[in-house]
Design a protein around this ligand. Sequence first.
Ligand SMILES: C[S@@+](CC[C@H](N)C(=O)[O-])C[C@H]1O[C@@H](n2cnc3c(N)ncnc32)[C@H](O)[C@@H]1O
Length: 196
Amino acid sequence: MSKELKGAAYWDARFQPSVYAYGEAPNDFLAWAAPQVKLGKAVSLCEGEGRNAVHLAKLGFEVTAVDFSSVGLAKAKALAERHQVTLNYIVADLKDFQLEENAWDLIVSVFSQPDVAVRQRLYAQLSASLRCGGAFILESKVSAEQAASRYPGLAALQQEIKPLQARFSCQDTRELCEGSYHVGLHTTAQILAFKT
Ligand SMILES: C[S@@+](CC[C@H](N)C(=O)[O-])C[C@H]1O[C@@H](n2cnc3c(N)ncnc32)[C@H](O)[C@@H]1O
């Protein structure tokens, strides 16, 4: 894949092969956390090829998948059809995306990687966007602790999602086994937090 490609074009190229880049099974932290959240409307930011959205739909959530890669979301649609569930799709760059107020029971951010300013703007909207009792589920890679990093540490993320209350939060180095791109040891942050 050309290193010249940027933004959505980069991800469209990654998702072009028929094989699912991060696999078809859901992220294991999401699979553990989601049953703790009351069913309702869920939005998955940077959903990619649909593995997490399809899992949530199978649990009974009404899921909207947001991503700027139309190739990724086309594969999400194919995966959803194979699993006989329906998703809503929004092709959008998160830099132009607003989390509507009082709209969601679950907001998911699994291995999202928007720019720092985009992430901070969206995470500042989490509390207002969640309905009472709603939850935020995050897993992300950690490359540097500081908030200025695209992949910040747990402490920086916890600041950004305030005033949500964490039920579970962890930063650890763990084995990933998700398709061909998330393989081997990675340091990640995981959060399950609620609007109380
Ligand atoms: C590492 S992949 C993870 C995909 C999916 N969440 C998963 O866990 O399988 C990152 C995803 O973020 C999307 N993405 C990155 N920056 C984005 C942005 N600014 N707006 C919308 N989507 C973005 C990419 O298209 C890609 O699908």
